[in-house]
Design a protein around this ligand. Structure first.
Ligand SMILES: *Cc1c(COP(=O)(O)O)cnc(C)c1O
Length: 399
């Protein structure tokens, strides 16, 4: 069967909840993927900031093959060796003392919501359960994570939301101070907003949040699901700002493409969970954790995070160069390899043109072209995208 046949079957049998490009991807290697017709694409989406090591990294593939033949699942009724090893790696390379594993970003956020509620209830009483969240944030699609997401379009038709979330503008410390009440228990923020349009905080924002949390005895939760695992040129984005949280949600790039989420926390906070407080059947299963161990070790041992920092600067400067040529490019922003280019018009057509030319890119918030390539991307590959983008922009004027 050819591509069109598979796509017709996909439309017939799959839920209609995604706007998919008419493209069937069958293979990936490094920064490239191939569709079923054999056409090659350079991948600047990386599974939405998941394939940080590129597709099918040999160390991840090897770890998965070995673990699949040894033990795939056993449950958290027992100790699991790669789970312990991954927890140790994450703890030794972050602010955290302990890790809880789950299967997705939304689940990591759910775990964080439950942990702060339980901690606050134990220390300050049951009335103190509200979490301050940001406008234009994105935390996932389950009801708790959705309730913490500050974008009305994702709430449509799903009301009522879970109670206990209030919203303030991102990057505004005064707004947070005004929003804090007797009921507030935590602040939840993406260090750099992803789905909300690649929004960068000013330098004193996260340290300011840290201070506010100190002053009002609140817990600080970072959603580093997209910014983590080297994406911004540091292992975690909060390292740019020297302002560690109490709790951090991870997922996306954590296990080299295998589904996994994690919630990290300081010992004092995590110890609020006692046996039975929270659980996941699959969370931290041997297969995902073996991939996670391989992915994290590769990220940390092979200079990939430093490469991301350097190549990200190169990429950003090339995009800024393009912005100087085309007046309809409003703005270029981002850190490391989490870059956004804001246009004055919707970007969907640019995304389609790029795909036709063999480049996968993404667009968020309607007008922000987003670039999230594997962290191993080369200058030469970036040059190829820029050349294609320039040719597309030459032809594709907004008027
Ligand atoms: C992707 C993402 C999520 C949700 O992760 P899922 O694995 O899709 O549930 C949450 N927060 C941020 C910042 C994300 O980028």
């Amino acid at each position: 069967m050819h591509e069109a046949g598979f796509i017709a079957d996909g439309m017939r049998y799959l839920a209609n909840s995604y706007r998919r490009a008419p493209m069937l991807v069958v293979r990936g290697q490094g920064c490239k993927v191939w569709d079923i017709e054999g056409k090659e694409y350079l991948d600047f989406v990386a599974g939405i900031a998941v394939n940080n090591l590129g597709h099918c990294h040999p160390r991840v593939v090897d770890a998965l093959q070995q673990q699949a033949a040894r033990l795939i699942h056993v449950s958290n009724l027992y100790y699991i060796q790669p789970q312990i090893e991954l927890a140790q790696l994450l703890v030794n390379n972050s602010f955290a003392d302990k890790a809880f594993f789950c299967n997705s970003g939304a689940e990591a956020i759910e775990a964080a919501i439950k942990l702060v509620r339980r901690y606050s209830s134990a220390h300050f009483g049951p009335e103190r359960f509200e979490i301050i969240c940001m406008d234009h944030s994105f935390h996932g699609r389950t009801m708790g994570a959705l309730s913490a997401t500050g974008q009305a379009k994702y709430h449509e038709g799903y009301q009522p939301m879970l109670p206990g979330f209030s919203f303030v503008p991102y990057n505004d410390l005064d707004a947070i101070r005004r929003a804090i009440t007797d009921k507030t228990c935590a602040i939840l923020v993406e260090p750099i907003q992803g789905e909300g349009g690649v929004n960068i905080p000013y330098d004193s924002y996260l340290p300011g949040l840290r201070d506010l949390c100190q002053e009002y005895k609140l817990l600080l939760i970072y959603d580093e699901i997209q910014t983590g695992m080297g994406r911004t040129g540091k292992f975690f984005a909060y390292e740019h700002y020297d302002a560690p949280p109490d709790i951090m949600a991870l997922a996306k790039g954590i296990a080299g493409g295998v589904p996994m989420g994690a919630m990290l926390a300081t010992e004092e906070v995590m110890n609020t969970f006692i046996p039975g407080s929270h659980a996941s059947t699959f969370g931290g299963n041997p297969l995902a954790c073996a991939a996670g161990v391989a992915a994290v070790k590769t990220l940390l041992q092979e200079g990939i995070v430093d490469h991301c920092q350097k190549i990200g600067d190169y990429f950003k400067n090339r995009l800024i160069g393009l912005a100087q040529k085309f007046p309809f490019i409003n703005n270029v922003r981002g850190k490391g390899l989490m870059l956004g280019m804001e246009l004055t018009f919707p970007g969907a057509e640019i995304v389609d043109r790029c795909r036709e030319e063999g480049f996968l890119i993404n667009c968020t918030m309607d007008k922000v072209l987003r670039f999230l390539p594997p962290l191993i991307i080369s200058e030469e590959e970036i040059d190829r995208l820029l050349e294609a983008l320039e040719a597309i922009f030459d032809k594709c004027h907004p008027e």
